[in-house]
Design a protein around this ligand. Structure first.
Ligand code: PDD
Length: 284
């Protein structure tokens, strides 16, 4: 079955989708993106992802060329046409294609909007059972990490560091404090039972999954604490975990080769993963 994408108004086979090399997304990484989970063929936390998309667009002076309802309709149609049960939708919006490479973009440029879907067994991911390893690496990103920019070179390099170390994710470190993962939010459970994560600011992407997990954690009587934490504190934590649309909640069992807790997935991470999945399933 041909995979179907959506590009600037048309559904078409992904293999036939064409974007000009003069597109500003390609030349300047002048664009933004969103990744939304799909579970049982339905979008998860869609409103939060759309709100973040609109915010990212606004922060770089772009307007969404379609409404939220139209976007969700496109995503649902892509899910239907691709027979997607579990995975993600990917959406990218760039400032568009100009006639010449020029740092300055004319206001009347038509933005490029591209969507497609990726299949992934998020629920059955073996990493949820085994837990994952994380390594730390300096945070080399720019100063507006709250914008979900397609300028991901620093994240790509960090992911390579993780891959080379046999780890699943890289935790990014700035001034001794963990900012977040290269493509996920970072949380630790302290010895006194608080779930600690960095407060939203320009330093991190406001994770939609993390926001949903916060509500669930508080409903389940966990203390939620937003503050900076160091790598040393993370190494001493009772548990560590990451959250993202493409992984939901994953337990972390080691950081830089040091076991976290007893080196096995922690009960709080497992519980939060379970309730997140239940809530996601009940959403639609
Ligand atoms: N990454 N922090 C960063 C730097 C991210 O790239 C992501 C998401 C998150 C988690 O955000 P959310 O829970 O809204 O997915 C945090 C996506 C999944 C990606 O780039 O594929």
């Amino acid at each position: 079955m041909a995979r179907i994408a959506w590009l600037n108004g048309d559904y078409l086979p992904l293999a036939d989708a064409r974007i000009s090399p003069l597109d500003r997304g390609f030349l300047f990484a002048d664009g933004i993106y969103e990744v939304t989970a799909v579970l049982d063929g339905r979008l998860v936390d869609s409103a939060a992802h759309l709100a973040r998309l609109q915010r990212s667009a606004g922060e770089i002076g772009l307007c969404l060329p379609v409404t939220f309802d139209e976007l969700e309709a496109i995503e649902r149609e892509l899910i239907r046409r691709n027979g997607l049960d579990q995975g993600t939708t990917y959406l990218q919006l760039t400032r568009g294609t100009a006639a010449e490479r020029d740092f300055h973009a004319d206001d009347d440029l038509a933005p490029t909007l591209f969507l497609y879907t990726q299949a992934k067994d998020i629920i059955g991911n073996p990493a949820a059972r085994t837990g994952v390893a994380v390594v730390t690496t300096p945070d080399l990103r720019w100063a507006r990490r709250d914008i979900k920019s397609v300028s991901l070179l620093a994240q790509v390099l960090a992911k390579q560091v993780a891959h080379d170390a046999g780890a699943f994710e890289a935790w990014l470190v700035e001034d001794g404090h963990v900012t977040e993962g290269s493509s996920s939010s970072a949380l630790i459970l302290t010895a006194d039972g608080a779930l600690v994560t960095r407060p939203n600011s320009h330093a991190i992407l406001p994770g939609c999954t993390r926001a949903a997990v916060q509500v669930l954690a508080e409903q389940h009587g966990l203390r939620w604490e937003e503050r900076l934490f160091t790598v040393e504190e993370a190494l001493m934590a009772r548990e560590a975990m990451l959250t993202s649309a493409s992984n939901f909640v994953l337990p972390i069992i080691s950081i830089d080769g040091h076991a976290i807790g007893d080196g096995r997935p922690g009960p709080v991470a497992e519980r939060l993963r379970g309730v997140y999945i239940e809530t996601a399933r009940a959403q639609n």
